[in-house]
Design a binder for this molecule. Sequence first.
Ligand SMILES: NC(=O)c1ccc[n+]([C@@H]2O[C@H](COP(=O)([O-])OP(=O)(O)OC[C@H]3O[C@@H](n4cnc5c(N)ncnc54)[C@H](O)[C@@H]3O)[C@@H](O)[C@H]2O)c1
Ligand SMILES: O=C(O)C(=O)C[C@]1(C(=O)O)C=C[C@@H](O)C=C1
Length: 289
Amino acid sequence: MSNQILIPKLAIVGVGLIGGSLALALKAAGVVGEVVGIGRGLANLEKALELGVVDRITQDPAEGVADADLVLLATPVLTLTEMASRVLPHMKPGAVLTDGGSVKGSVARAIEPLVPEGVHFVPGHPIAGTEKSGAEAAFATLYHRRRCILTPTAQTDPEALRLVRRVWETAGCEVVEMDVEKHDRILGAISHLPHMVAYSLVNAVSSYDRYEENILEYSAGGFRDFTRIASSDPTMWRDIALTNRDALLEMIERFELSLAELKEDIRGEKKDRLYDFFLRSKQSRDAIL
Ligand SMILES: NC(=O)c1ccc[n+]([C@@H]2O[C@H](COP(=O)([O-])OP(=O)(O)OC[C@H]3O[C@@H](n4cnc5c(N)ncnc54)[C@H](O)[C@@H]3O)[C@@H](O)[C@H]2O)c1
Ligand SMILES: O=C(O)C(=O)C[C@]1(C(=O)O)C=C[C@@H](O)C=C1
């Protein structure tokens, strides 16, 4: 614990995988003083306290953020604006509000007008996660060697941006900055579409009972690897689908075209085209490993 304290008091609203893991990472780095966990459900908050994810818990957002230097909103995307409206009036001058929501355009547009004079807001999104939720799912190394995207706007205070950047870097992230539209377009493609496809695939296969053979029981590596993310929290993904609607619909349409091309080539027994389709995909996938 030789590091200097970067955040004397940190408040986490929604002590789940994302908020809890940031708290644990900053504690492990020795850069936080007190961590206050704020939430609705007492059972999850008590678990967070028992596991040492937070030092104190409260169900009262106003009381929880009083005197906090940094407040992280880590609840589902559609709740972020309401949570911001409940904490912002109680934050001290100079304090910084940030969030970890998976969609940035709608969140930044809704929260920025609520920010009072003297308090700062920095929209952010760590590109790291698992299919698990709640305080029990949190772990200190979640952000190691992952990216965190910050999406400052014209209103973002440079000092507040520097602080949030240091926080995520301390947690282990490489921090990159981009505008909210670019963020939502990129995440629509590399995160939101894959989740929609995984959820659809599981539903399509599990509802296929033409011969009543309990086919899911036979699922092996391919199905399991591909569909891990379909075990993710339904509320989180409902909110993402609704708030990144345009980027996601564009990507779903591209995916439909790709699947249609594949279907036609299988139907037409187009040997060379099929080989080329799989080869192009393999080369792109191999290049990111
Ligand atoms: N899971 C991921 O892979 C991942 C990755 C990056 C960002 N995110 C984003 O981070 C945020 C949190 O996700 P998570 O995976 O930590 O979820 P989580 O379910 O693990 O944690 C969310 C917490 O918020 C609480 N909560 C829910 N609704 C609330 C409300 N109305 N008021 C107060 N508390 C409420 C829940 O009880 C829970 O403790 C979401 O916005 C999500 O889009 C998730
Ligand atoms: O690894 C997983 O389980 C994830 O789904 C993490 C993942 C992703 O799609 O990569 C999911 C949502 C986020 O907002 C960021 C990261």
